[in-house]
Structure formats: C-alpha cells, structure tokens
Design a protein around this ligand. Sequence first.
Ligand SMILES: Cc1cc2nc3c(=O)[nH]c(=O)nc-3n(C[C@H](O)[C@H](O)[C@H](O)COP(=O)(O)O)c2cc1C
Length: 361
Amino acid sequence: MASLFDPLQLGALDLPNRIAMAPLTRARANREAVPNELIAAYYAQRSAAGLIISEATGISREGLGWPNAPGLWNEDQVEGWKTVTNAVHHAGGRIVAQLWHMGRLVHPDLGGGQPVSSSATKAPDFAHTYEGKKPYETARALTYDDIQRIVGDYATAARNAIAAGFDGIQIHGANGYLVDQFLRNGANFRTDQYGCSIENRLRFMTEVLQAVGAEIGIDRVGIRFSPNILVQGVEDSDPIKLFKAVAEKLEDLQVPWVELREAHQPTSAGSIPTEPVSPFMRPLYSGKILLNSDYDGPSASARMAEGIADGISFGRPFISNPDLVHRLAIGAPLTEGDTSTFYSGGADGYVDYPTLEARAA
Ligand SMILES: Cc1cc2nc3c(=O)[nH]c(=O)nc-3n(C[C@H](O)[C@H](O)[C@H](O)COP(=O)(O)O)c2cc1C
C-alpha cells in the first residue's frame, strides 16, 4: 500500500510525494487579474508539495467574478504567471493551473455582463464584488454558439497556461461553477443535447476536456469535482449514478487524474455530505484519484490505506503550514490558519506563516 511519501505519476507529471496542495483562492492579484511577485513567493514557499494546484484562475472576463482573483486570458496574465511558475520550479516544485468559469456566480459589476449558465437560474446567497456582497443576478441560458465559444476559451486558457510555464491544468468542475452547473441536475434544466439525461449533462465537460486535451495533450489535464455536497445551490438527485458515468467518461477520454472534494463531515457552509462516490468511481476508472477535505496526517494515511485514494490534497492546512509536507513526515502539530486573512489581500496571513525551522531559529 502506497504511503503519502511515495512518488506518484499523474500522466506526464512525476510527483515526488502524494501530498497535493488543493486549489485555494487568495485574492492577491490586481483588478486586471494579473499575478505578481507576492503570489510567486507564496507558492514557492509551498513547493515541497508533490503537486501545487493553483487557485482558481479565470478563463475569460465573462467567467471571472471573484475580486482580485487571477486570469489566464491575456498576455499580461501569462507574463505575471511566468514569475510564479519560475519561482515554484526554481524551488523544486510542480504547479498546474486550475481553469475556472464561474457561470451564474459572476456578478455583472465585475465587468463580464449578464452572467451565463446552463439554464436561466439565479444562485442563492450573495456574489463577491469590489463593493462587497450583492445578490446574484439571474443568468442567461447559454446558446449552442456560446457553448462552443466558451469551450474555445478553455482551450486558449490551457494554451496560455503552458506558455506561462505551468506543468499542466486542472479543469474546475467543482463547487457549483459552470462545469458543475451543467453536470448536476439541481442547476441544469436544459432540454437540448446539453441537458436532461446524464449523457447530455456530461457533454459540456466532455467537450471542454477534449478541447484542452487537443491543445496541450490529455496527459497534462486533470479535473476536480465536489460530488457529495450541495455547493452554491448546485447538487444532484443521484450523485452515485452521475459520478459513475463521469468515471466512465474520464476513462474513455484517458484523463490521467481526478481530484474529489469528497466531504465526510458537514462543511463550513453547513452542507451535509451524501454518500461518498469515490468507492463507486474507483473500479470504473484506471487514472489516479486524489481525495480532499478535512484531512490531517493520520486521517490522510488512514484514507490511503483503504486503497481508493492515490494521494490526498490539503487546502487550509497549506495556508498556515508552508512546510506541511515536512510536518506530516515528522508528525509535528499543524498551525491553525487565520480565516480573516484568507481573502484579505496583501502579505499578512499569506507569506508570513513560519516554517518549523524558522520558528526554531
Ligand atoms: C480560502 C479558500 C479558498 C478556496 N479556493 C478554492 C478554489 O479556488 N478552487 C477550488 O476548487 N476550491 C477552493 N477551495 C476549497 C479547497 O480547495 C478545499 O476543497 C477545502 O478547503 C476543503 O479542504 P481542506 O479541509 O483541506 O481545507 C477553497 C477553500 C478555502 C478555505
């Protein structure tokens, strides 16, 4: 049975260990969605991770609705990301870009116009804007031509990611964003070839994966889902059936890895998880499965021992423990993060969490 500290191959990527840094939006880019030296320093500090999955990164102005989140649709953003990928590689790490279209969760104040989605729906709760939280607006249902355009935007962003020095990409298929708004029937009410049956609801994801695979090679592509929790108004009436079909599709497309945010306890947003889908996906999918959510060292090792997970991704623990891999290796206690600085901008609570070594000095 593999341990967290064994190497792992994810398609074209060779990881020295099975501890991934989960994607974490930290809102430190500028308003033009361009990353900077501070972001480079943050990721470089965490480059002992087997793999860093970047914070969610917009594929277009239309698709990006989080203040100060980064993008990958123009030259300035590619140049900004080069600073980050160089710093990570220089420190011995590997980093993939999480590609993001937020769909109905983009507020028009962010400059992308009326939000779009699989169907004309409105998300619950509030959108993030530069003026604080505002109610979501009703999305426009995407036309066939819109869908083809957005699939093209994913392919362009994937090409830009490679130009920016990323080692690959992860499609953000989780957390109630656009791919999820097509997949799960709590948000997709279409009656055309993109809705209704499971086969149809998988079509958008499939076209995106085919397009990015054709652009950069499928061996550099992964995808993330949040299959067993209600997130931002999106869930499914039969997650096991849906994600068995997803597993078969990923197998057909030869997508080398998938990351599941598969909760086993209520989330901080109060969502109660349903039955995990990974035991049902495992026999249908020969690629690698990373599991995420609420792990520490002992629970991650215990999960690995069950034989479903090939690796574990850690989100919040990586925020406050830049030397997380070392701490897990020696069983050292983990520092709690300060939630007030998760999205606050600036260096505080971002690049100033000390390593054990720095604390001892
Ligand atoms: C501050 C913060 C930002 C996050 N940003 C993203 C993101 O950009 N993309 C994503 O897929 N998930 C995002 N998540 C979810 C995490 O990747 C992860 O699934 C979640 O924190 C649970 O894992 P953990 O218990 O190891 O933290 C975010 C979570 C937090 C706390």
